[in-house]
Design a protein around this ligand. Structure first.
Ligand code: UDP
Length: 238
């Protein structure tokens, strides 16, 4: 089931429902894109038609963050917030269980190296067949590497909109796979960035913890959230 929000169809799944659907897409005979959407991405899509098209074309758009959850609630929909990092982690576990190969791209070299080491230790049978840091100039080289190894799940952690654009172009180039943009997840999996304590996660206040511990994030995020919610209220029917 999906809900229309400021011109986009947002998939309204339970966490397990989202995983199930994602695994079906992963086994499809094509490249599918999952966007974990937040208010900043809505804002970017308003100014950038290419980005808007990418989100519209995505096979799955799931609400990441309390902002989108409140917006859906303002429209009378109760949505389960699906944190991108938890969603991606569960997909890694599923792939390990089903012996499906995985690719991971993004973050600085030492971060991705630590993150993949930790993941391999924590998830039994995880088969990471391709990984690369997120600071490269030539996308085609990365696509070539991915084609050679053919992972079925590809996590891309380069921040938005870079990761969404990279995944979108990959759709016409790569072998069948599910590709998910996962923002700063590798920083957390590497152990270098701490995730908000559980209580913040439960209350949906992870953004508050992150903005307080990273003040430069505050400047970026603060005006976006109230303006986004105001728009949702103004354009309720859309
Ligand atoms: N990053 C990258 N390549 C770039 C720019 C950023 O791999 O060209 C990485 C960066 O190292 C970090 C992640 O992308 O690990 C961005 O995380 P952030 O929390 O800013 O993303 P958000 O979730 O806010 O989109």
């Amino acid at each position: 089931m999906s809900v229309r929000l400021l011109g986009f169809d947002i998939d309204n799944f339970s966490f397990e429902g989202a995983i199930e659907h994602a695994m079906e897409l992963l086994k499809d005979n094509k490249v599918s894109q999952v966007v974990t959407i937040n208010p900043e991405m809505f804002k970017h899509a308003e100014k950038n038609t290419d980005f808007k098209n990418i989100v519209e074309d995505a096979e799955m758009v799931i609400p990441d963050g309390i902002g989108v959850k409140i917006a859906l609630w303002l429209k009378g929909e109760s949505a389960e917030r699906i944190a991108g990092i938890d969603f991606a982690r569960r997909l890694l576990e599923k792939c390990a269980e089903e012996s499906l190969p995985v690719g991971i791209i993004g973050a600085k070299e030492e971060i991705i190296s630590l993150a993949t080491e930790n993941l391999k230790k924590e998830i039994e049978n995880l088969n990471i067949v391709y990984w690369h840091n997120g600071y490269f100039q030539n996308d085609d080289e990365i696509y070539e590497g991915l084609k050679e190894k053919s992972p079925r799940l590809i996590l891309v952690a380069m921040g938005s909109p870079r990761q969404e654009e990279f995944i979108y172009r990959a759709k016409s180039v790569l072998n069948p796979a599910l590709m998910v943009g996962i923002g700063g997840s590798l920083d957390v999996w590497s152990g270098v960035t701490k995730r908000a304590p559980k209580i913040y996660q439960k209350l949906g206040l992870e953004w508050l913890y992150r903005t307080v511990s990273q003040p430069e994030r505050f400047k970026r995020i603060f005006p976006t959230l109230p303006l986004f919610l105001l728009k949702v209220i103004m354009y309720r029917g859309k």
